[in-house]
Design a protein around this ligand. Structure first.
Ligand code: AMP
Ligand code: GLY
Length: 423
């Protein structure tokens, strides 16, 4: 079978790597891919938002399954275009992708179907949003409605900070049309976890739990990023909490999707805040988390291709998912300056020493090849991911591996996994 993976970050490297282990997969293409992906797949130079060119590629090369990594092609309707032409694709259609593409759609959906979440109000008037912020006081959360590459959420500690955020989003249009409307939301306090399920619209298969590390600096300080590291499983999600999430969150989501006549075939990622032992939804994503996919896929003990194909074909009830007992930890190495502006093209050293090591994977995020040398090409450069008997062992293995890699300006958090270890 031939597979096309769309995307070129750490998540897509993990997707390609896990797919490549399936005996049913003969050939993998990745558009556009990166330096690490090019070692196990053929990278093709097509942009992730060029649905027409991607569809042509799939037809011309007889691709059996296309797997969409990032959210933007999904919200733009790539799945609708493929399905119309009878091409097998993993991911939700445009309407399903609204769960991530519009934060207001997601919140209204949660309210309509009784899913626990922070209280909120939506605004298209800058003045009214400001009045509401003053009325409610801080801390308070301001969110741009549309996609903003993970930067559209501001957790404001003061009223001034919240007003500043409203100005940036609604007046200065820092995220373009995504800032036409905003959500102003109650600030929840607690511990976060990522809960992902695979669904074909009928059957739901929960994936292993995980926890992301959003802030750039140790101790959860500094600005939010796409994610600086993750571990799986997440002990904050106890068996009892997991059951509660399935009953009070996943159940109502599936009911809501069916009532809205949305056929969802892909991943539903629920960002959860555990407050006083109860789960509340912070956000939905409609694709695998990055970097959560990296530790989760290292723990997967089933044929990933079978899983994704069954999901795309509406046969998820026929497959069984197994997990390794070991834990996994992913430490992200980022460019100096990220999540702000950063330099590219810096040579990376030490990568060769990881070949043939099944317990450590160095997933490439923003990398490229320059005359045969692997260089930095993005903010989140590498995701060093290791297995271990428990989170502590996995963390030690990951940090030992990090020691072997160097590039100028390399930054990483030193406390990935600490929350789980100190429990
Ligand atoms: P989101 O993209 O909506 O998950 O927001 C990004 C991050 O902002 C989350 O992972 C949380 O750390 C934080 N956040 C979002 N909504 C809230 C909220 N209502 N209360 C507290 N923190 C939040
Ligand atoms: N790591 C969070 C996300 O993928 O959105």
């Amino acid at each position: 079978m031939k597979v096309l993976v769309i995307g070129g970050g750490g998540r897509e490297h993990a997707l390609v790597w896990k797919l490549s282990q399936s005996p049913r997969v003969d050939k993998i293409y990745c558009a556009p891919g990166n330096a690490g992906i090019s070692e196990i797949a053929e990278c093709v130079d097509i942009r992730t938002d060029d649905a027409e060119a991607l569809l042509d590629f799939v037809k011309y090369n007889w691709i059996d399954l296309t797997v969409v990594g990032p959210e933007a092609p999904l919200t733009a309707g790539i799945v609708d275009a493929f399905v119309k032409e009878d091409r097998r694709i993993f991911g939700p259609d445009k309407r399903g992708a609204q769960l991530e593409g519009s934060k207001i759609f997601a919140k209204d959906f949660m309210r309509k179907y009784g899913i626990p979440t922070a209280e909120y109000k939506t605004f298209s008037s800058y003045l009214q949003a400001g009045e509401y912020v003053r009325l409610k006081g801080a801390p308070i959360v301001v969110k741009a409605d549309g996609l903003a590459a993970g930067k559209g959420v501001i957790v404001a500690g003061t009223v001034e900070e919240a007003l500043e955020a409203l100005k940036m989003i609604m007046k200065d249009r820092a995220f373009g049309d995504a800032g036409g409307r905003v959500l102003v939301e109650e600030c929840l306090q607690g511990e976060e976890a990522s809960f992902m399920v695979l669904t074909d619209g009928k059957t739901v298969v929960p994936l292993a739990t995980s926890q992301d590390h959003k802030r750039i600096f140790d101790g959860d300080r500094g600005p939010n990023t796409g994610g600086m590291g993750a571990y799986s499983p997440a002990p904050v999600v106890t068996e009892a909490l997991r059951e509660e999430i399935m009953k009070d969150i996943i159940g109502p989501i599936m009911n809501g999707l069916s009532r809205e006549r949305i056929t969802f075939r892909g991943v539903i990622y629920v960002g959860i805040m555990v407050c006083d032992g109860r789960p509340y939804v912070l956000e939905f994503n409609v694709r695998f988390g990055d970097p959560e996919a990296q530790p989760i896929l290292m723990r997967l003990n089933s044929d990933f291709f079978d899983l994704l194909k069954a999901t795309a074909e509406g046969r998820l009830s026929e497959v069984v998912v197994r997990w390794k007992k070991e834990s996994a930890v992913c430490v992200v190495l980022s460019s100096k300056g990220y999540p702000g502006p950063y330099e590219k093209g810096i040579p990376i050293r030490g990568l060769d020493s990881f070949r043939n090591d099944n317990n450590v994977m160095v997933f490439h995020g923003g990398t490229a090849l320059n005359g045969g040398v692997v260089v930095t090409a993005g903010g989140r450069v590498l995701g060093v991911t290791a297995l271990g008997t428990d989170i502590k062992a996995a963390r030690d293995n990951a940090y030992q591996a990090v020691e072997r890699i160097r590039f100028e300006g390399m930054h990483y958090r030193k406390d990935i996994g600490d929350k789980a270890i100190n429990k």
